[in-house]
Design a protein around this ligand. Structure first.
Ligand code: HEC
Length: 126
């Protein structure tokens, strides 16, 4: 019984995906996951820094490099450019990627599914 429900949900999802040949400019579930986990502190819009720096075009951006945001020295000196893999590890466990960073309080996002969605959303750069 439970399997049938899951099955129907899966089929529904596929039907939905197939029914939108014009790939939506942004995946609503990515936006949702971002809102749930990141939006308290981050906006994606260029120049819009809150508690955290804006994440406009974060993929390809050098870590800790926005001149108008006061990064921790750990982030300023991280010395790498954000890519999908770095972001994935950072969102899972910031301390492991940039020890001493100031992204707090943030507990880490253990769901790789949600991390993937958020990164896809951020890859759109808005
Ligand atoms: C509690 C507030 C808070 C939350 C929630 C939060 N962040 Fe942050 N984030 C920060 C702060 C503050 C910094 C600056 C850290 C530093 O300078 O060490 C930061 C830095 C970053 C950076 C580095 C930016 C750069 O220019 O190098 C990335 C990437 C990032 N956050 C992504 C995310 C993502 C994605 C999420 C959601 C999964 C998230 N953050 C959730 C506060 C937060």
């Amino acid at each position: 019984m439970r399997n049938r429900v899951l099955m129907m949900m899966a089929v529904g999802g596929i039907a939905y995906a197939l029914s939108s040949p014009f790939a939506l400019p942004q995946d609503a579930s990515g936006q949702q996951a971002f809102n749930n986990s990141c939006r308290t502190c981050h906006m994606v819009r260029e120049g819009d820094n809150r508690l955290g720096p804006n994440l406009h075009k974060i993929i390809g951006r050098k870590a800790g490099s926005l001149p108008e945001y006061a990064f921790s020295s750990a982030m300023k000196e991280a010395g790498f450019v954000w890519d999908e893999e770095k972001l994935d590890r950072f969102i899972a466990n910031p301390e492991e990627v940039v020890p001493g960073n100031n992204m707090k309080p943030y507990g880490g996002l253990s769901s790789s599914e949600d991390r993937k969605k958020i990164i896809a959303f951020l890859a759109e750069g808005r």
